[in-house]
Design a protein around this ligand. Structure first.
Ligand code: TXA
Ligand code: MG
Length: 315
């Protein structure tokens, strides 16, 4: 059994990826960059390997994991895709879309990835390194964000180490993640209706355009993301939102014209703010100041997902 881990950091070159694939094959834990955030990967067909993810993160057993696959065809082995799901997959895979779908029995996934639910969350990621790794593995990869449960998500290898050093086998370092916020999660029901469970890089209008005739179901229609707890992404200090100025004991995260100790985006660019959000929260967590203030961020486009994460960081 794996007891103590010595966490190594490797470059995401051919040698590093081969090593990561071998570690995963043996049931180990590898942090891997994706286009959204760094994920903590383990083979999704092994109950033991999946149990190690929950243990390393301190994640409650009721919070299921996203299974990452190399292609939509590979995804279809594990869940029922109706027309709505097929359209969404066609429009957004590979990419930052996760679909919660009825799970196919006997498809070889460890039961723990679904945490007892009849559904499974699937994603075909776009990042070069995660795709390269999936190509080397003849099994799917379960991967939550690579942080201790409840804390700030990682968009750089050093964020992973800040939270999981000594608890996992390997971190593949490929620099900062491009989107910076976790994938948009959509539940697609058997009747073709769908519901956004977590706002993310793909906005509602784009989902609706791709879903075609599938109705948007009522919110709270029986499916929810158990991990979307009020308090999440927590920097471990009080966070105040919508601030134009900071108090003397606050570390200020600015945006646009509102300056700070650090800025999400000095030019007020929401895409840049999304990419930098977790790095700014990590910097605020590390700072000497006991509290954090955050400038207002407009609630449009990706700003909706930024505000969702900020509310949970402040809760
Ligand atoms: O961008 C992302 O999605 C990243 C990268 C690594 O892929 N992953 C990620 O995983 O954010 P995690 O574990 O931090 O968030 C997964 C969310 C949780 O809120 C969980 O409750 C929800 O997905 N989820 C997973 N399976 C589900 C299911 N069967 N039904 C409803 N929600 C589910
Ligand atoms: Mg997470």
């Amino acid at each position: 059994m794996r007891g103590k881990y010595v966490t190594e950091t490797g470059k995401a070159n051919d040698a590093g990826m081969a090593r990561a694939a071998a570690t995963l094959r043996d049931g180990g834990l590898v942090a891997v960059p994706t286009e959204t955030v760094y994920g903590l990967a383990a083979r999704a067909d092994s109950e033991e390997a999946v149990a190690r993810i929950y243990a390393a993160k301190g994640r409650p057993g009721f919070n299921p994991l996203i299974v990452h696959l190399a292609s939509p065809q590979a995804a279809e082995r594990h869940a029922d895709f109706n027309r709505t799901a097929q359209r969404l997959a066609q429009a957004w895979w590979p990419g930052p879309l996760t679909m919660v779908l009825p799970r196919k029995p006997g498809a070889g996934l460890a039961p723990a990835v679904s945490a007892g639910l009849p559904t499974v969350a699937l994603r075909v990621p776009a990042h070069r390194v995660m795709r390269g790794l999936l190509a080397l593995c003849d099994f799917p990869l379960a991967a939550p964000s690579a942080n201790r449960s409840g804390f700030i998500s990682p968009t750089r290898a050093e964020h992973v180490l800040a939270s999981l050093d000594g608890r996992i086998d390997l971190v593949l370092d490929a620099g900062p993640c491009q989107a910076g916020l976790e994938s948009t999660i959509v539940a697609v029901r058997a009747d073709g209706s769908w519901q956004e469970l977590r706002p993310g890089p793909i906005g509602l209008a784009d989902l609706a355009a791709a879903a075609g005739e599938g109705d948007r179901g009522e919110a709270g229609g029986g499916i929810e993301a158990p991990g979307q707890l009020a308090s999440h992404y927590a920097p471990g200090k009080p966070v105040r939102l919508g601030c134009e100025t900071a108090a003397a004991d606050e570390y200020m995260i600015g945006f646009g014209a509102v300056a700070g100790d650090i800025s999400l985006s000095e030019t007020g660019d929401l895409g840049e703010a999304a990419a930098r959000l977790y790095a700014c929260l990590h910097a605020a967590a590390r700072s000497g100041k006991p509290r954090i203030a955050v400038a207002p961020v407009p609630a449009r486009g990706i700003g909706l997902a930024i505000n969702d994460r900020l509310r949970r960081a402040a809760a």
